[in-house]
Design a protein around this ligand. Structure first.
Ligand SMILES: Nc1ncnc2c1ncn2[C@@H]1O[C@H](COP(=O)(O)OP(=O)(O)OP(=O)(O)O)[C@@H](O)[C@H]1O
Ligand SMILES: [Mg+2]
Length: 338
């Protein structure tokens, strides 16, 4: 449904010289450098998928979404959304897609929300039954009536975002691009937006491409994750696969008798190179081992052989830790997952 092939976007940035004269000089200067915001991105998102497109600030996510929605043309490479090249066929593409940019409004700033909806209904020629069904759903989940006749520019962020998300879905688009749709929302409203997106995906098969820095958005909406780093896709797979790609595993165990925890920790770190251990609550010990150097069998075998283990759990790596490692470049996901 969404295809990107070697997608590249470069921006020309005109160098600014310091001071006021420098700023004026910039107007006439032709000196510039190229910023490569998206650097040869390729991926495919099948129809009906709920894909998270995530990465650190400045990784190139919004720029990618702008190319997929036809707002910008790629410097090179190609993208297809529902079989159309977005930038070349902007109008036809607009009929197929819905867009939310959390950082920027798509609504008519001076009009009350209901007026914006009436205009959208005309623009998209939305049939009456579809309009009624969707408005009923938004009323139920997003409490749209509460927005009344206030112009959009006077709405609170949460009020406006409710309207933005509803507006993007009003015409039953085949694909919806949500670029930080829950930014600044409270817990209740985040939950409502997540529920709406999931309902629309389940009932209408809407393909979802979501960008968010909120782990909760990713885990409660998405069935696959694409991670972009410095303009390149470094991982595509399920959340579970991403977690499995983590290069560190942990075991937390409890033991009785000899040796005391402090000695046990020293012994583990001494005998198993690259493995770290630390005390955690309840007199237990958390052991972390890099999968590159040690295997579960090695670590577990050592613990069982040397300690009278009474309890043992191997917690899943958490998504936040895994992503932090990828964003900071301290861990490369396994290539096999690409
Ligand atoms: N119009 C522009 N002109 C020049 N550089 C730009 C422009 N738009 C984006 N960039 C640069 O491209 C890079 C990627 O920006 P982009 O907005 O796509 O990142 P992002 O992944 O959406 O980040 P965030 O998580 O902060 O929203 C950044 O270095 C940014 O400064
Ligand atoms: Mg962005």
């Amino acid at each position: 449904m969404i295809v990107a092939e070697n997608l590249v976007k470069e921006f020309k940035v005109y160098e600014r010289r310091p001071g006021l004269l420098g700023s004026l000089g910039t107007l006439f200067s032709r000196e510039h450098r190229l910023v490569r915001a998206v650097s040869g991105v390729s991926f495919e998102i099948p129809a009906g998928a709920r894909a998270a497109y995530i990465g650190a600030n400045g990784a190139g996510k919004s720029t990618t979404v702008k190319m997929l929605t036809g707002i910008m043309n790629p410097t090179s490479g190609r993208c297809l959304v529902a079989g159309l090249e977005p930038y070349r066929e902007r109008r036809r593409n607009a009929a197929n897609i819905g867009v939310v940019f959390g950082q920027r409004s798509q609504l008519w700033w001076d009009l009350p929300v209901p007026d914006s909806f009436r205009i959208l209904r005309r623009i998209h020629e939305i049939p009456a039954p579809v309009y009624r069904r969707n408005m009923a759903l938004y009323r139920e989940l997003l409490d749209l009536d509460a927005l009344g006749s206030t112009p959009v520019r006077q709405l609170s962020l949460g009020q406006r975002m409710r309207a933005e998300v509803a507006a993007s879905l009003l015409h039953d688009p085949a694909v919806v691009f949500l670029d930080e749709p829950t930014v600044g929302l409270d817990l209740v409203l985040k939950g409502a937006v997540r529920e709406l997106v999931n309902r629309v995906n389940a009932e209408l098969g809407t393909t979802v491409m979501l960008t968010s820095h909120d782990i909760g958005d990713i885990t409660s909406i998405c069935d696959q994750v694409l991670v972009v780093n410095r303009g390149e896709v470094v991982h595509q797979g399920t959340v579970h696969e991403l977690l499995r790609a983590a290069d560190t595993r942990a075991v937390v165990f409890e033991h009785q008798g000899w040796p005391a925890p402090a000695q046990a920790i020293a012994m583990i770190e001494d005998r198993l190179p690259g493995v770290t251990a630390r005390p955690v609550e309840g007199g237990r010990i958390r052991v972390e081992y890099p999968t590159r150097h040690s295997s579960a069998r090695e670590v577990m075998g050592f613990l069982l052989e040397h300690f009278d283990v009474t309890d043992c759990v191997a917690p899943e790596p958490d998504l936040e830790t895994v992503l932090r490692r990828i964003y900071t470049g301290r861990a490369e996901p396994r290539e096999a997952l690409l």
